[in-house]
Design a protein around this ligand. Structure first.
Ligand code: AKG
Ligand code: FE2
Length: 223
């Protein structure tokens, strides 16, 4: 299940983030890549241990964590600290898979990867996120403030930026439900029951759907 979620950040939050990132210190992106991904990762990453970094991480983390569509589709258990990528002309991130296990102290299994686009698509050339899905390669370049959420199991790349600057926030999530198909079933049941409730109220059918949803969640959840 690949999901594009619009307007995760509002324009005033985007303005604030761009203001904070304008003079912030960026370091080599290779510092946070796995052994093999390092060889194809060519971008900059916001230096993590500064006041500015903590502030922008907070804004983006809260916006993602509170997004209703993200919560319903991903069922987040742990969210890794947000990273901020900057690609300048000539930079790209070649084909790679994200590490399965992340973190030092508290380990996180990456079930879901996400990119929250921070630059408007017409301000840079190239810089598409390309995902090698079971239906072939799919390319994504979303409006600033929109986010793509995809299973971490896919190979993916960011194509070379040839003009302008591509800023994006990325992170990884361990889900309460490890299996992507189970997550999709729960998400769709939840969507249907919400719509039934809105149209018909708390009917017998709605109660049965709630029961099925809760019982499947009980079977599949990992705490
Ligand atoms: O910048 C992006 O859209 C994705 C970056 C990426 O794949 C990664 O940081 O692992
Ligand atoms: Fe990646």
């Amino acid at each position: 299940m690949i999901l594009c979620i619009e307007q995760v950040l509002l324009s005033n939050q985007l303005d604030e983030i761009h203001r904070l990132l304008k003079d912030a210190e960026f370091v080599e992106g290779k510092l946070t890549a796995g052994r093999y991904a390092k060889t194809v990762k060519d971008n900059y990453q916001l230096k993590g241990d500064t006041e500015v970094a903590r502030k922008v991480r907070g804004i983006v983390h809260n916006a993602i964590a509170q997004n209703p569509l993200f919560k319903a589709s991903v069922r987040p258990q742990k969210i890794r600290p947000i990273l901020f990528n900057r690609y300048e002309p000539g930079m790209s991130y070649g084909w790679h898979t994200d590490n399965a296990i992340m973190g030092e102290g508290e380990l996180v299994r990456s079930d879901v990867s996400l990119t929250l686009f921070l630059s408007e698509p017409d301000t840079y050339q190239g810089g598409e996120l390309v995902i090698d899905t079971s239906l072939g390669e799919k390319s994504f370049k979303l409006p600033a403030g929109s986010m793509i959420v995809y299973p971490s199991t896919f190979l993916h790349q960011v194509t070379e930026v040839t003009e302008g600057i591509r800023l994006a926030a990325v992170t990884w999530v361990q889900s309460l439900v490890r299996d992507v198909q189970q997550r999709e079933i729960l998400f769709e049941l939840d969507t249907v029951r919400k719509s039934i409730f809105e149209q018909y109220g708390k009917t017998v059918e709605f109660d049965l759907l709630c029961k099925t949803h809760a019982n499947l969640l009980r079977q599949w959840v990992e705490l």
